[in-house]
Design a protein around this ligand. Sequence first.
Ligand code: AMP
Length: 615
Amino acid sequence: MGKIAINIATGSIQKSDTIVGIDLGTTNSLIAIVREDSKQATALREIDGLTLVPSVVHFDAFGNPSVGVQAAEKLILEPQNTIYSVKRLMGKSYKDVSKESEFFSYKVIDDNTDALVKVQVNDQFYSPIELSSLILKNLKTRAEHILKTPVNRAVITVPAYFNDTQRQATRDAGKLAGLDVLRIVNEPTAASLAYGMGLKVDEEKTIAVYDLGGGTFDMSILHIHNGICEVLATNGDTYLGGDDFDHAIADYWMNIYNIPADHTLKQNFRLAAEAAKKQLSHSEHYEASVGDYQLSLSKEQFEQIVMPLVQRSLDCCAKALQDAQLSTDKIDEVLMVGGSTRVTLVKESVKKFFGKEKLHDELNPDEVVALGAAIQADILSGNNTEMLLLDVSPLSLGIETMGGLMDILIPRNSKIPNKASRQYTTHIDGQSSMRISVFQGERDLVKDNRELASFNMKGIPGMPAGLAKVEISFLIDADGILKVTAKELRSGVEQSIEVTPKYGLTDDQMEQMLLDSLSNAKEDMQNRALLEASTEAQQMLDTVARFLQKNLAMLNEEEHLLTQKQMDILKESIEKKDKNLIQKETEQLNEITRPYAERLMDEALKDAMRGKKIL
Ligand code: AMP
């Protein structure tokens, strides 16, 4: 018989613990679960009716933290002690965020290194992981309070473009908050789950998820097939959201009244602007007085003000479609996520862009990601076993090979989990170790890409160059975390690392890397061809030099001179960096030396036969 747990605090019988879904947002976070009775996903609501918890942490003079509404109230009064948008710092170094540092009114430590950023409050230093864990701890406590049961396991969502470090950081924040993070799920994937898409096995659909929140915009294109949800492409703008609408409206009023941009009134105007924006979703006119100022805004004026911002989001949609190589008529459904999609102009513009009569906006756009996370949690609880989630790796992953070339094992936008392996060999006789450097990016040369990690594979038994067979395997798990394994197949020597890079890529950098790879494609190809030719030539030179050292007696004077001369010509051609010339001279050296190889084989055969009888 099973045991029954009794909650000592409440005296009630304890239910088996629920796995919760958490949307850890830039502006707001929330928790949802699938209700046991109704089997419906619902956002957890406090008695005050609130589901959203502002993702804000405030520290008092003694360093005691508070989270949520209470902390958000301190944003204006105590900007140095009140941390918002910590999600923007997750898994990043100061170098990554230095350009954005003006955005933060609290102190982000500028150590100008690749180490992960820290935030300073009074004389204390906090990592973004610690700060996020405070938010998660608050959410956990809230959930335990509402559900009256311990909450120890969670599914947490992250943007689809989050890289390895950012996912790891999120997972670590969960761990620090006392949560076993069972899965990290992409936000758009969660949204489509919330709309029940992908739950039927025979369903095939292409879905666009338009996610416009308070501070960020994300566009993702998903493909659902055979119960597998795959992210085809992502695009977005990490500094575009409802807050920008508020700013634009406030600026408009400040202009009318000729108030300087840095005036303290701006804050009050912004609050009025947000109220105006919300009201204009369901009325034609807004009016309010702030101090001595009479503020008014018509829906038409509002739409004119925010149109350029909406257009920026549509430009991202166009880029995502281009990346996925799809036209709008191939999109079956468009899902609206994030509070700012309540704006009528946003809905209408997105409808027009995708040529749709109807969008999916039936669910509360603030809650939809958390609801999806709850459904994923329910699947992991074993309540729904048919569904499998596959996400996408946003940049190609590969290793450095001879001449600094990038050898891609997992191409960008590949689905995850994923596994790929390839065999490599040594290029020096008796080579006993091999440096394995893992890179992320689209360029042909590793120096233009981002190094994620590197390790030395040691203990390869000595053997002639080219004989060792080192198999390198990449495994990206369902959370998008990469593990690299290297195995020498002849000896079985094996080594592996989980890739936990020192720093992440900023979204701008990621975009830049993709752009660079396109604009430099031709140059990259030429460089690659030249490097390949030079590497091959150099290998040929090494081989011939080794041969001459060991077997000089096998050649006559003339042959020796001819070979030596051709080696010099080949060396010169490498210096000239002319690919065609290098190839021609390599071939020439090959021609000259081919008979020697045959002679060598004959010798070896004779040696082997000597003293042996032929049956
Ligand atoms: P999120 O980050 O998804 O929670 O979105 C928050 C953003 O949605 C903020 O910029 C809010 O001002 C905005 N928002 C919330 N409700 C409305 C509404 N009724 N109309 C327009 N924008 C809204």
